[in-house]
Design a protein around this ligand. Sequence first.
Ligand SMILES: [Zn+2]
Length: 145
Amino acid sequence: MIPEAVLVDSALKNIDVRVFGLLACARRKQFATVGERLLASRLGVDRRTVRASITRLTASAHLKLTEPNAPGRRARYELTSPAFAGKASASAPTAPALSQRIRPALKCAKCHAPTRWLAKTGWCRSCMSELKVRRIVRDELRATA
Ligand SMILES: [Zn+2]
């Protein structure tokens, strides 16, 4: 469902509305966490096209970026239309979302960066993948020695 305010916004291009529509499909309540790459492949456009659309959608306040688009981390968008806001009367469905937001942030034991996921070792995803790469390199060096 796309709000009328988005559909009729003359500052937006058609592709922007399609990007918004996909985000609206993937949203949970008013939030959507979808990578630019996925959006681009689903829409059959370049990633830069998606980024430009998101910039325009953000500039016209249809979207709000709620988490920085750090490398390797998906951006989280807030769909600002009141149509997507959780019902104020129903308190039960909003409770889990709130507890999720106040959930204490995890911290990587190796690089001490805040993260949303930790391996059993207490390391974040990027530290784990670094370790994996190092193992592969070591094994290849051993194989060629
Ligand atoms: Zn780390």
